[in-house]
Write a protein that binds this ligand. Sequence first.
Ligand code: ASP
Ligand code: MG
Length: 488
Amino acid sequence: MTRETIRVMKFGGTSVGDAACIRRAAEIVAAASSDAAVVAVVSAMGGVTNRLIEAAQSSVTGDRGPGVEIAEALGKQHRATIEDLVSNDDRRAKLVAEIEKIIEHVTGLCYGTALLRELTPRVLDEIVSTGERLSARLLASALCELGLKGVAVEATELIVTDNASGRAEPLMAQTRERATVRLLPLLEGDSVPVVTGFIGATAGGMLTTLGRGGSDYSATILGAALDATEVIIWTDVDGVLTADPRLVPEARTLREISYNEAAELAYFGAKVLHPKTLRPVSEAGIPVWIRNSFAPERPGTKITATGHPTARGVKAITAISGVSLITVGGRGMVGLPGVAGKTFTAVADAQANILLISQSSSENDICFIINSEDETRTVEKLREAFAFALAHHEVEHITVNPEIAIVAVVGERMRGMVGIAGRTFSALGRRGINIIAIAQGSSEYNVSFVVEASIVRDAVQTLHNEFGLQRPASRFESVPSETAVASL
Ligand code: ASP
Ligand code: MG
């Protein structure tokens, strides 16, 4: 075994969803550890984090019942999984005792929340972190069942973060120091650390979480801290696809894409990765794989600095729904300075994130897109900000259209390639699809446009076809993913 090779392997909630899944995850780790040191990172068992949030939030009403009930149900679920997973009596008894203690802790926190009728972000983080603390112990035990030295490790000992509860950011220098000091000796001793995903702690030891879906981020933070050879994200899909298969049944798994493309796709709808996941590894050039733990023989998608060596410009078509188009308009706006500034300050005041902006040079209106859940707040702030201009008809309307979707054509090599936007809009035109607004970032990694929500499927299918994405781009991609492994 070469200690120079370190693989970080993260298993998502569905990949550790029950005893059979955890066993499968353990087998994947065991196979990988025959020729490399493996650090596993786990999410909570599927659905557990949501239940914990529910427990916390229901306790704040002062009612102890629901919190206690949820904690008991989670205890039962984890005990049943252990029954199925761990055959050794001593190991099982020890594990059950540890699980009971964690469940007692979370019950106590819910009880305290109910007494105080107050849920601070700090306590919420403590409560929601329980899921990963439980699942890490389960996977570590499953590894022991296979004869490996699985050791559950709390990420609070490894990942040092700022104190932003619920959305903490790692402090990489300190994380690197702690992670190497704690994990390298374990790897030297042939142990397999199983680290709780999602969680970190401040330098002073206060527990934090990295945000929903943050275990992917945990894996790449640790990958960067340990100078890992690669990070593998095991999930329940084959990798990153050319389009959402629910919209385009002939969508294909991409064999290799660049960090930039993956980041665009993570942001624009393909919810395979937490959006911050690639930040820690892209600088160091550590490759990240997305693979299916339910079909480990499939190759998955590899994410690298350069992406796949194919000349194809367009890699994937994505769509985002659940968004609203807001327009601030009026003839009096033409040449009026400060409207854009005021508009976006108001949006920032509403704490809404802007997904797309467009203004025509006639300056008659500015339109932008935000998540629909931020709509009411944003419009209120805009009406306040423009009260005077509305009264004086400099700004005539602030309108909202929630029946829209963004479609994005993504590909790093689109950059500088002439004619992609032309082909995109001609194809849509031939199909009779009306475009409401258009935007292209100067990175040129994506061309985005806005259509009515009801025709999003048609738009995505039309472009998937136009750019021939159902066909492999080159002989390197020519093998269907199910059989690709034979040619590796
Ligand atoms: N368990 C956490 C969540 O559901 C983190 C993760 O799954 O990545 O958000
Ligand atoms: Mg998850």
